[in-house]
Design a protein around this ligand. Structure first.
Ligand code: FAD
Length: 335
C-alpha cells in the first residue's frame, strides 16, 4: 500500500542500539551519517532509544548530533525481543511519521528492521554501505552490494514511507562528540505488558572462547590464498603481534580451512575500518574490497602488480610475501 501524503513524513531517525548502558558504535556512526542526510533534506535528526533505564544515554545521543531523542523506557524492554521492540518502534513511527529510519545491520537491527518495515508496509534496503540524498527528488539513495557483490546497486523507495535502511557497521566514520549539545526529549509509553509477550528470556549465556573483534581492531593483518597453507598464517601472526594488531582473512583462506570464518573480511564476513589494513597474498576481489576499502591506510603485499588490491592500496609492496613479511616484522621489532 503506497503512502498518499509523502510530505507528511519529516525528519531522519536513527535507532540507537545499546548494551550495558553504552551506545553501540554502529549507532554513533549512523548519527553521523544521519546528520548529513538530515542536513541535505533540511530537516531534523532524531535518535530513538528503546530499553529499560536508558535515560543516562540521552546526552550521548545529543552529543553525537541528534536534535531530538524519542524515548520509551520500560522494564519490558530490558532485553531485546522482537515483539515489544517492534511494537514500540512501529507506534512511534505511526505517530511521528519520520521520512527516513536508519538502523545498524547487526543481528538486532536486521531482525527489528524487517519486522517493523513489514508492519509499516514500507520498503527496507538491508546492508547499505553508502547513503546519500538525490537533491532533485529528495529521495534517500541507498547503496549496497548486489549480485554477489559484483555491482553496487543504488535503491530508492519512491512511494512508501518511511524510507528504511540498515547500514553495515564500520563503513561510516563516527562523528566527533559535541560536549554540551542538547535538544528535545520526547517520552512515550510502550503500552504493552509482560503477559502480552509470548517469549521470555530464561538465561543469557556469554559466548565463550577467543572472541574476534575484527570490527573494533585498529590494525588488521589479513592473509589470502597467496599464503598457500594454514601454517603460513604464523608469519602474519608474528607481524600482527609485533604491531598489536589482529589477524584477518579472505574467504579463499577461510574456505581452504586455514583459519576460522570469524576472521573473514568482506561482503559475507565482517566489514572493517581499521587505521591500518595489511592485505597479504589477497587479490582484492570486489567482495573482499567492500569489507575493507574504507580503512584509513591499506598496505598491499602481492607479487602481482596488476592485482586489483593495488588500485585501492595506499602503499603497495610488489614481491614475494614469504620474503617481505618476515623482513617487515623484523624492521618493526627493531623500532
Ligand atoms: P586469490 O584471488 O586467489 O588471490 C591470491 C593473491 O595472492 C593473488 O593476487 C596472488 O598474486 C597473490 N600471491 C600468491 N602468491 C603470493 C606470494 N608468494 N607473495 C605475494 N603474493 C602472492 N571473499 C572475501 O575475501 N570475503 C568475502 O566476504 C567474500 N564474499 C563472497 C561472496 C560471494 C557471493 C562470492 C561469490 C564471493 C565472495 N568472496 C569473498 C570470494 C571472492 O570473490 C574471492 O574469491 C576471494 O576474495 C579471493 O581470495 P584471495 O584474494 O585470498 O585469493
Amino acid at each position: 500500500m503506497a503512502v498518499k501524503n509523502l510530505e507528511e513524513y519529516q525528519g531522519v531517525w536513527v535507532f540507537i542500539e545499546h548494551s550495558g548502558g553504552e551506545i553501540a558504535p554502529v549507532s554513533r556512526e549512523l548519527l553521523g551519517a544521519g546528520r548529513k542526510v538530515a542536513d541535505k533534506l533540511k530537516t531534523e535528526l532524531a535518535g530513538v532509544l528503546l530499553g529499560s533505564k536508558v535515560e543516562e544515554m540521552i546526552p550521548e545521543v545529543f552529543a553525537r548530533g541528534a536534535d531530538k531523542v524519542y524515548v520509551i523506557d520500560d522494564p519490558v524492554l530490558e532485553q531485546y525481543r522482537t515483539k515489544p521492540f517492534t511494537h514500540g518502534l512501529f507506534n512511534l513511527v505511526q505517530k511521528y511519521k519520520p521520512e527516513v529510519v536508519l538502523m545498524g545491520a547487526t543481528t538486532l537491527g536486521r531482525d527489528l528492521s524487517g519486522a517493523v518495515a513489514t508492519k509499516l508496509e514500507t520498503g527496507l534496503t538491508a546492508d547499505c554501505t553508502e547513503l546519500d540524498v538525490d537533491p532533485k527528488s529528495r529521495l534517500l539513495l541507498q547503496t549496497r552490494p548486489a549480485f554477489g557483490g559484483n555491482i553496487m546497486a543504488t535503491i530508492l523507495c519512491r512511494r512508501h514511507r518511511p524510507q528504511m535502511a540498515t547500514v553495515r557497521p564500520r563503513v561510516m566514520p563516527e562523528p566527533p562528540r559535541q560536549e554540551g549539545r542538547t535538544g528535545q526529549v520526547i517520552r512515550e509509553e510502550l503500552g504493552l505488558r509482560e503477559e502480552d509477550i509470548e517469549t521470555q528470556i530464561v538465561e543469557v549465556i556469554e559466548e565463550k572462547g577467543k572472541a574476534v573483534y575484527l570490527d573494533k581492531a585498529e590494525i588488521i593483518v589479513a592473509g589470502g590464498r597467496g599464503l598457500g597453507g594454514a601454517e603460513n598464517f604464523k608469519l602474519l601472526e608474528e607481524l600482527a603481534d609485533t604491531l598489536g594488531g589482529t589477524l584477518g582473512a579472505s574467504r579463499a583462506a577461510v574456505e581452504a580451512g586455514w583459519i576460522s570464518a570469524d576472521y573473514q573480511v568482506g561482503q559475507t564476513g565482517t566489514t572493517v575500518r581499521p587505521k591500518v589494513y595489511f592485505a597479504i597474498g589477497i587479490s582484492g576481489a570486489i567482495q573482499h574490497l567492500v569489507g575493507m576499502q574504507t580503512s584509513d591506510v591499506i598496505v598491499a603485499i602481492n607479487k602481482d602488480p596488476d592485482a586489483p588490491i593495488i588500485k585501492v592500496a595506499t602503499y603497495s609492496i610488489i614481491g614475494d610475501l614469504f620474503k617481505v613479511v618476515p623482513a617487515l616484522t623484523q624492521r618493526f621489532r627493531e623500532k
